[in-house]
Design a protein around this ligand. Structure first.
Ligand code: ATP
Length: 750
């Protein structure tokens, strides 16, 4: 029970913080007169006195610094919930304990510089997340500080009012977490700064200078944590990195929309959020229609002919393709070798040998086209310098010849002819050199190939002379199928990694597109080549890669183990795992966990945070099923459930269920790939539901039962792990959802 005296003190503290914020806001918005008046009023109405924070002094201190509009907006927003926790900390070398309130951003007394609110990302706030009361230590600016935490307190503050607080010790369950998990899903992801768990905190704060790979169970907070890590990263490295230099790669537009509001909530605006395909299309400016991996997946799921696409996707996503591209680049590089010297009117300015040395040795760190540009600049400057020398030399030679004619030829007629000839010739030759100089460099540069990325890439599939690929059947097949796609004016999704890779070596990435830190969500669905091409394009190791191998539905191209990524792309990466899951209930997770046993990866079972909920229910697909779910939805809606999704395996089933439900007017709409926004009642195939969550999920299956295959098991696992509260399975028989004897008791039939 909350002690009432303590509660009053906490209320006073909140009132004080708000009053301070109000004054800060007012000082920005109004003149000094208004400020003075407000200050007198505030002082009259408040009784809280805290000498350690020099409360009086703070309020009477009128000389506030100017804030930016953004800071002001964030301050106003913060006023609703200035902080969410407090720690009482006694640092060893200090005489007494200090109280720190922790919030989303810090607020300092502008005169004393003492913290009124401590930012959750600050080094000291780490102590709050690290779980223990008692002896602790933390690091700040390379120094380690030790001390004792005697109190950790969490607050429930809504719209600027304190409702409750709880002290946490080793035995109390994290009630704030429980509260937050029992809430219903909006159609957006939210920030979780007040309930970040210890294992999550370790990921957020893991060495920022190293890449990090996270394997996390469904619903373990991977997406959320990756975004919090960006916020922490920018806070800690604010002097070095700007948000614009962050690149966040997500699976589709819908997902981007879903996460779009978290970053501003975390104080990160303007980070670039896109899909891999979009990104490569923008960077390369190649906008041909792309046969996406989702289309190929759907073909496969619906039993249509997709084998060609699958096998070539596997090749083009693999390290083998990198080898092909490397060999091809070696060949291309040879075409940059020049044979001719660079001359001006017969005078050699720079030999071909020296020019080639620039290209192949001195500038070898630059992309080919950049090397060519640099050579151009060198030739231009050398030309300028040497042209002057050439003109001087010529002038000297003609003048000398003139002197000789004037003083050496006795016959006046002959002398006149010779002098007149030399004068004209001199003029002509000088003019000739000047004229040639104007075009010499551009003419010479024609010796270099013009790098048209798309043609170069497409030509690769006509290539017969790559040494290690002669008689390689797989490569012959890749060439044949790819040529057909290209001839139709299309690209295959797997071409994009190759294009990005070639572009990196040929022309390089434009500085505006060069990310300094990359976050990849749902990374298990990326091919080796996709991640490798990004790593090469950006020359940075600062990658945060999160995923779940159990959800790898693009198994034919995606990553099969994180070790490979670590061994071959990011040798210095930290590898961490998240095992606890926060999204769904124990009963739903029990059913989903059973699927993990069927997978080859043998991943550990996800451990749900204690929230029991109802058993998942099977609804037999008979004539009455629409009415059954109608009743369920009505009832759950009355009980406060907001978001409902019907998740199918195939697109075909999605259209079918939409049709079957249309007369009931339940408000369900099907969702398309490109769609950037979602409603509260959606019908969507499982691959699109990836990463998303809903209060209530109905898995619907009719024409394509889930088979006991790697792909189907993973697809079903993705689908089953989407609900927060309730799961229903609608189908002809439980076996269509891979439910067997051993699953008895994990679900019931309605
Ligand atoms: N510490 C936490 N406190 C409160 N809620 C949390 C916490 N961690 C995660 N959650 C919630 O759990 C849900 C799942 O999080 P998130 O979507 O980030 O998980 P994920 O690992 O990316 O899931 P998936 O792989 O299934 O897409 C979200 O609603 C998120 O807000």
């Amino acid at each position: 029970m909350t002690d009432s005296k303590e509660f009053e003190l906490e209320k006073d503290r909140l009132a004080f913080t708000k009053a301070y914020m109000d004054r800060l806001i007012a000082s920005q918005e109004t003149g000094q007169e208004v400020l003075k008046k407000r200050q007198e009023d505030t002082l009259e109405n408040l009784s809280f006195k805290d000498s350690s924070l020099r409360y009086q002094e703070m309020l009477s201190h009128a000389n506030f610094m100017k804030m930016s509009r953004e800071q002001l907006e964030s301050l106003k927003h913060l006023r609703n919930k200035p902080y969410f926790a407090r720690i009482d900390f006694h640092r060893k070398e200090k005489p007494e304990r200090e109280i720190f309130y922790i919030g989303k951003t810090s607020l300092f007394d502008r005169k004393t510089q003492l913290p009124i609110i401590l930012d959750w990302r600050s080094p000291l706030a780490n102590v709050y997340y690290e779980g223990r009361l008692g002896e602790v230590s933390y690091e700040s600016l390379g120094e380690r500080y030790e001390g004792e935490v005697s109190l950790k307190r969490q607050y429930q503050i809504e719209k600027g009012e304190l409702y409750n607080f709880r002290d946490i010790d080793l035995t109390t369950k994290d009630e704030l977490l429980q509260d937050s998990l029992s809430q219903n899903a909006e159609s957006r992801l939210t920030e979780i700064v007040s309930t970040i768990q210890e294992e999550q905190n370790q990921i957020i704060r893991a060495d920022l200078k190293k890449p990090i790979i996270v394997q996390g169970a469904a619903g373990s907070g991977k997406t959320t944590i990756a975004l919090h890590r960006i916020s922490y990263f920018l806070y800690t490295m604010k002097d070095i990195f700007r948000p614009e230099e962050m690149l966040i790669l997500a699976p589709n537009q819908l997902f981007i929309q879903y996460i779009s509001e978290v970053l501003p909530e975390l104080g990160v605006e303007r980070a670039r959020q896109t899909t891999y395909n979009e990104f490569v299309q923008e960077v390369t400016a190649i906008r041909l229609p792309v046969i996406t991996q989702q289309e190929v997946l759907m073909k496969k799921l619906e039993g249509k002919e997709a084998e060609d696409y699958l096998s070539i996707a596997q090749f083009k996503g693999s390290k083998n393709f990198k080898r092909v591209l490397d060999q091809y680049l070696q060949q291309l590089k040879k075409t940059y070798k020049v044979q001719e010297d660079f001359t001006l009117s017969g005078f050699r300015i720079k030999s071909a040998k020296r020019i080639n040395r620039l290209f192949y040795e001195e500038y070898s760190y630059f992309p080919y086209a950049v090397r060519v540009q640099k050579i151009k600049a060198v030739l231009q400057s050398e030309l300028k310098r040497k042209k002057k020398q050439i003109l001087e030399k010529m002038t000297y030679q003609y003048d000398k010849a003139l002197d000789e004619a004037l003083y050496g030829i006795r016959d006046p007629e002959k002398r006149k002819i010779r002098v007149s000839f030399l004068i004209t010739r001199k003029e002509e030759r000088l003019e000739e050199v000047k004229k040639a100089a104007r075009t010499a460099v551009s003419k010479y540069m024609k010796n270099y190939p013009i790098a048209d990325l798309l043609s170069l890439y497409q030509n690769l599939f006509y290539e017969n002379s790559l040494p290690s690929l002669e008689n390689n059947e797989a490569w012959s097949k890749v060439k044949e199928v790819t040529r057909k796609i290209h001839q139709k004016g299309q690209l295959h999704a797997e071409d994009l990694a190759g294009l990005l890779y070639l572009k990196t070596f040929i022309s390089g990435i434009h500085p505006d597109d060069r990310a300094k830190k990359v976050v990849i969500d749902e990374a298990q669905d990326y091919s080796f080549m996709e991640i490798y091409s990004l790593r090469k394009a950006f020359h940075t190791d600062l990658f945060t890669i999160v995923g779940d191998l159990a959800q790898g539905i693009y198994h034919y191209r995606g990553l099969k183990s994180w070790e490979r990524l670590q061994d071959e792309i990011f040798p210095s990466a930290n590898y961490l795992t998240l095992q606890k899951t926060y999204r769904t209930t124990i009963k739903i997770m029990n059913l989903a966990n059973a699927l993990l046993d069927r997978m080859t990866e043998k991943l550990p079972k996800a451990e749900p945070v204690v929230r029991h909920g109802d058993l998942p229910a099977f609804i037999r697909k008979n004539n009455n099923w629409p009415q059954t779910i109608y009743k369920i939805i009505e009832e759950l809606f009355c009980n406060g459930m907001k978001s409902f999704a019907i998740v199918t395996k195939s697109k075909h089933d999605a259209l079918q269920v939409a049709e079957e439900l249309s007369s009931l007017k339940l408000g369900f709409a099907t969702l398309e790939e490109e769609q950037g926004s979602m409603g509260e009642r959606m019908i969507l195939p499982a691959y699109l539901a990836k990463g998303l969550e809903f209060d209530v999920v109905f898995l619907y299956n009719d024409s394509h039962p889930y088979q006991n295959s790697e792909l189907d098991t993973k697809m079903l696992y993705v689908a089953m792990t989407r609900p927060l509260h309730r799961l229903y399975l609608i189908g002809r028989q439980p076996e269509d959802f891979l439910l067997g004897e051993s699953d008895q008791g994990r679900y019931y039939e309605i």
